[in-house]
Design a protein around this ligand. Structure first.
Ligand code: MD3
Ligand code: FE
Length: 213
């Protein structure tokens, strides 16, 4: 038996960590989601975007879905096509969409259907500074996150950037749902440790499934 199967058998399927935050440990088939990352990057490679203020974003990103999150000097937004290549983002595979909708429903978000998936790529030493996700139309819709590869510490703040964070370690195969009151919270990811994972080497990927439009 794989070690992950053993943990999966011992751990509860899902756990509410705070209001609106539901963790499914080792929930997804990592290889299946790694194939999604490869499929996405083969079509539209990872790139470092810039903030509207002109700062380089150290986490590299790409998207799949009807629209993709994009940032440059013109602002943060969802784009129907990749502005760099002019190509439409690849579709979210139906099988993946169903896995995400099913998990959301288990957590109490019936009817969630993602129209966008932003994929983050973290190299060693890269962190994601605290921010709010506010470029989506409907904040009553949750965001579903899937982590792959090297583990990281996710930090959840409250309504402001400072103060004490709830630290949530995220491991490869974990699925995390943010909805309800947690949807507008500040959050970030601590500096990625230099570590090795058989699936990704020294990299961490995170896929965030959203209903943006
Ligand atoms: C909490 N990504 O792409 S995923 C992002 O691990 C982002 O790459 C992180 O924050 C990552 O915007 C965290 C989990 C997540 C996603 C959306 C949230 C947490 C959230 C929205 C509201 C509150
Ligand atoms: Fe975020």
């Amino acid at each position: 038996m794989m070690q992950n199967d053993l943990f999966r058998a011992l751990a509860p399927e899902m756990e509410e960590l705070a209001p609106g935050i539901v963790l499914f440990q080792l929930y997804v088939d990592e290889q299946k989601f790694m194939d999604v990352v490869k499929y996405a990057a083969a079509e539209i490679p990872f790139r470092h975007m810039v903030t509207p203020g002109g700062k380089k974003i150290n986490v590299a990103g790409t998207s799949i879905g009807k629209c993709g999150w994009y940032s440059d000097r013109r602002g943060y937004r969802y784009e129907p096509k990749d502005p760099l290549s002019g190509k439409a983002w690849p579709e979210i595979p139906d099988e993946i969409s169903t896995i995400i909708s099913d998990a959301a429903a288990k957590a109490g978000f019936q009817g969630f259907v993602a129209d966008s998936c932003f994929i983050n790529r973290y190299s060693p030493g890269v962190r994601l500074t605290a921010h709010i996700d506010q470029d989506e139309k409907d904040f009553s819709q949750p965001i579903v996150s899937v982590s792959l590869g090297v583990s990281a510490i996710f930090q959840l703040f409250g309504e402001s950037r400072g103060g004490k964070a709830l630290n949530i370690p995220l491991h490869s195969g974990d699925l995390l749902i943010f909805g309800g009151p947690a949807r507008r919270a500040y959050h970030g990811v601590k500096k990625l440790e230099n570590a090795f994972h058989p699936l990704t080497g020294d990299i961490r990927y995170n896929l965030t499934f959203r209903k943006a439009l």
